[in-house]
Design a protein around this ligand. Structure first.
Ligand code: HEM
Length: 421
């Protein structure tokens, strides 16, 4: 599993629609079939709580949206949802574009850019700008990206450690807890500063500070909700963007077609970006090929799945990566092909990069608009070329991706006057 986690999950489908996997000292039954997944996440979601991966992050995130269940989850979701409504994207888009343009303008022709770290900083800047109305400085960006990395690694390693090791003061456990504390403090400082300043903005911090009405909540509780959003948003968005640039660097014909569409597009709004047919097909294909590897639930009552009865307390996981590489759903699933997506923009029902049901990604519309806007900005200026490197180390996160990706940037105008026109 460690050598090639995606292929491991994909191969589980050969065992059956649900396959037993031993993760550390735990047994998880992993669903690889879309209809069973729909049954668990949509039709019978009340029979499940969050499960293995969430036990660990609850140590940091307390009772926040990403770990809550039942009534508590429903209430938090209703409260936070307005910050992610499609109508809010119009107001977030200009700052996302400004930051992406600034990154693109900071590169020089022929420069080898380590794009993953550049992208993680951009993703953090955008999230803090849009949802917290805050412009982080270089030091804050360094701090937050390090903290998210330590929390992500600690969450995954801790979930697979035997229970008796998970609570020992091992370096991975200590780093995980202290990174969590520091990120909570950081978010709490932003909340306290906003409250003290008294100004009102139409953003997530305002929602947190002023939406609980007669039910005042502690600053710690509010900071936990903010940390949840940062944690949920940073890793997955960075991985998707990193893979997007990687795929472009490997496929000159796709890059060329995409660049032609991008350079012809004038007006930029979330709506007009939705009209860019090839950009959206390309993004669909990036998200299909590079999907979340494993999410977990635990049944709270006995459940029947595919003819088997699982007693209450069974850990049941699901792999979007396995569903998206299932040859019965997507022909020739290991081939990267944006043209497999219909021009009408209609998506296949089994394409669920943000999951489904009441605990699906709350940031899906934001994430999609940010991916479109960032790619549009970067591709308007640059072409990405592969650079010979040794095998690149892997980062730990929901979507497996390399930890570093050096790419050479070449100006688009040079290419268009030579190779393409
Ligand atoms: C390409 C980008 C993204 C992908 C692929 C992605 C994927 C997902 C998936 C698969 C889940 C469901 C997890 C589960 O079933 O346990 C999820 C949940 C969540 N995501 Fe995302 N996500 C992305 C971006 C974002 C962004 C930008 C934000 C915030 C700004 C965000 C915040 C969250 C939160 C808070 C949850 C928990 C929702 C709940 O339990 O109600 N995600 N995400």
């Amino acid at each position: 599993m460690l050598r090639d986690p995606v292929q491991f999950m994909v191969d589980l489908a050969d065992i059956g629609k649900i396959a037993r996997v031993d993760i550390g000292s735990r047994v998880v039954y992993v669903i690889t079939d879309f209809e069973l997944l729909h049954r668990m996440l949509v039709e019978n979601s009340d029979a499940y709580e969050r499960g293995l991966l969430f036990e660990r992050i609850r140590l940091i995130f307390g009772d926040s949206l990403i770990v809550a269940d039942g009534r508590q989850h429903k209430d938090l979701r209703r409260l936070l949802q307005p910050a992610f409504h499609r109508s809010m994207l119009e107001s977030y888009a200009p700052s996302i574009k400004r930051h992406a343009d600034a990154l693109a303008s900071s590169w020089r022709p022929g420069q080898v850019v380590e794009v993953r770290s550049a992208l993680v900083r951009l993703v953090i800047t955008n999230l803090l700008g849009a949802l917290f109305s805050h412009e982080p400085d270089t030091e804050e960006l360094r701090l937050i990206s390090g903290l998210i990395e330590d929390i992500g690694a600690g969450a995954i390693v801790g979930s697979v450690l035997p229970k008796r090791l998970a609570s020992l003061p091992l370096p991975v456990n200590r780093k995980f807890l202290s990174a969590g504390r520091r990120l909570l403090e950081y978010c709490q400082e932003l909340l306290v500063a906003r409250r003290a300043g008294g100004e009102r903005r139409n953003d997530l911090i305002d929602i947190l500070l002023y939406s609980f009405g007669a039910e005042p909540r502690s600053d710690k509780f509010l900071a936990e909700q903010a940390v949840t959003i940062l944690f949920g948003g940073i890793d997955a968005s960075t991985a998707a963007l990193t893979w997007a640039l990687y795929e472009l660097s490997q496929r000159p014909e796709v890059a060329s077609q995409l660049r032609q569409e991008v350079s012809a597009a004038k007006e930029l709004s979330p709506h007009s970006l939705d009209q860019l047919d090839y950009l959206n097909r390309f993004l669909n294909e990036v998200m299909r090929m590079h999907s979340p590897l494993l999410q977990t639930r635990r049944c709270v009552t006995p459940v029947e799945l595919d003819g088997f009865t699982f007693p209450a307390g069974t850990d049941i996981g699901y792999s979007i990566a396995a569903v998206h590489r299932n040859p019965n759903i997507f022909a020739d699933p290991n081939t990267f092909d944006p043209d497999r997506w219909s021009p009408s923009g209609s998506k296949c029902r089994s394409f669920v990069p943000f999951s489904m049901g009441n605990q699906m990604c709350i940031g899906n519309n934001y994430a999609w608009a940010a991916l479109q806007t960032i790619l549009h900005s970067l591709l308007s200026k640059w072409d990405f070329q592969p650079v010979a490197t040794e095998k690149l180390p892997r980062a730990m996160g929901p979507i497996p991706v390399v930890r570093r990706l050096p790419l050479e940037v070449r100006p688009v105008s040079v290419l268009s006057s030579g190779r393409e026109l």
